[in-house]
Design a protein. Structure first.
Length: 276
């Protein structure tokens, strides 16, 4: 499986030679401080304080309606598309508050990609799905676009399956292939962070396994935040896990600790299936 070996020179990204054992030595990608969010009169997020570190997979778990998807949609400000949303607090991305009115949402979404629960390829060819983002950003050279398409599809571990079908409609791919295509489309704009909202919930076990393996490869070069209802998946692929309940972060720790020795009984009750 191939992934990108080079990235934009983003401030704070470690070289491969640096130790990643101590999270305190890693750069913080996202630092959420006292975040509150309301849909009209209903409060969906309550005093969220959460730091996400680079080159890690951070899993967000919790029962339906607990605020998981709302939280990650604040990280690229997609939540603002809902007109009744009101937000207080801070979300620092690379030390800059993305909730500041001067922060351009277009710049943010170039650095922070999103993969949704249901694969959502464009009704275009496989090639045009990947080339779309770079073209929007002004790349016109056919040679450069060809290179981006190939590298992105290789990065998403789907190149060998589609290299002879690039001009075919993306809708002809299987569900698992479509999801990896969407990941490739995300990689094509060279993001810093990849947000994933239950990316395997609609996939079969084999496709799920491929996506999970891909996530483990991608974290070498990207910071990944994934919402999942699958406790086994969170335990398998994440470095840290945050347990959300009723809009609050109940516990946020190294994944091994969350699943072997949680500090809060509510966390233990959820991960052992007593509710949720």
């Amino acid at each position: 499986m191939e992934v990108f070996t080079e990235k934009k020179n983003v401030k704070g990204i470690q070289s491969d030679g640096e130790s990643k054992k101590d999270a305190s030595k890693k750069s913080i990608v996202y630092d959420t401080k006292d975040l509150n969010l309301w849909y009209g009169e209903d409060q969906a997020l309550k005093n969220i304080n959460l730091s996400v570190y680079e080159n890690e997979v951070t899993a967000i778990i919790g029962p339906s309606g607990c605020g998981k998807s709302t939280y990650i949609k604040t990280l690229n400000r997609m939540v603002e598309m809902v007109p009744i949303v009101r937000i207080s607090g801070e979300i620092l991305y690379r030390e800059k508050n993305i909730l500041n009115k001067s922060y351009k949402v277009e710049d943010l979404r170039t650095r922070v990609g999103m993969v949704f629960q249901k694969p959502n390829p464009f009704p275009k060819s496989i090639y045009e799905n990947i080339a779309y983002g770079p073209k929007i950003h002004g790349i016109r050279s056919k040679k450069v676009l060809d290179e981006i398409v190939e590298e992105s599809l290789k990065g998403a571990a789907i190149w060998d399956e589609v290299k002879d079908r690039l001009n075919e409609n993306a809708y002809g791919l299987s569900g698992g292939q479509q999801q990896r295509l969407c990941i490739a489309r995300c990689l094509a704009i060279e993001p810093d962070v990849i947000l994933m909202d239950e990316p395997t919930s609609a996939l079969d076990p084999i496709s799920t396994s491929k996506i999970e393996s891909l996530i483990q490869e991608l974290k070498k070069n990207y910071s990944i935040i994934i919402v999942t209802h699958n406790m086994q998946q969170a335990a398998r692929i994440s470095d840290k896990t945050a347990f959300f309940l009723n809009g609050e972060v109940i516990e946020y720790e190294n994944t091994n600790k969350i699943f072997s020795n949680p500090s809060d009984k509510r966390t233990e009750d959820y991960i052992t299936g007593r509710f949720g």
